[in-house]
Design a protein around this ligand. Structure first.
Ligand code: CMP
Length: 138
């Protein structure tokens, strides 16, 4: 069993897609072991996306991520990191495969509904960015 971090982003929360996205995740066989709804501070968003700080879209990305509440979750399941990336679909919703979260609920490459960890090292870092061990159901 593996764990991964999921963020339902401000565009999807604002559009009231949270419940639909949670249903989608659970129906695809992943379990939610921790969840919180929060508004990120600019400092938190900059720190979370630090790997992208040299990218031309970085400041827009930070503006977007602090623009409203997000729902942060830890998901678990067999091969959860890859499995969740598959069901999210491509970063750009216009390129995303049918029956993926970003195809169904994303707007564009920035407002793409969800984030998911891309490696087991990043999953551990991202999970501990938001959650303490005590907050995770084992
Ligand atoms: P995410 O999977 O959270 O990882 C980094 C985020 O940066 C990505 O989803 C998008 O929201 C955003 N992003 C990636 N590429 C671009 C781009 N070319 N223009 C604007 N935003 C982008």
């Amino acid at each position: 069993m593996q764990k991964t971090l999921s963020i339902i982003k401000p565009d999807a929360v604002k559009a009231l897609y949270t419940g639909k996205i949670i249903d989608f995740i659970e129906n695809k066989g992943l379990q939610i072991v921790a969840k919180k709804k929060m508004v990120l501070t600019r400092k938190q968003a900059e720190s979370f996306y630090e790997v992208h700080k040299e990218k031309p879209f970085f400041s827009e990305l930070v503006d977007f991520m602090v623009s409203g509440p997000v729902v942060v979750q830890v998901l678990t399941g067999e091969n959860a990191i890859e499995h969740y990336r598959e069901i999210m679909g491509s970063t750009d919703p216009n390129m995303a495969e049918e029956d993926t979260i970003r195809k169904l609920y994303g707007k564009n490459i920035q407002c793409n509904a969800v984030h998911g960890s891309d490696s087991s090292e990043n999953a551990n870092t991202e999970i501990s960015f938001f959650f303490s061990k005590l907050e995770l159901i084992n």
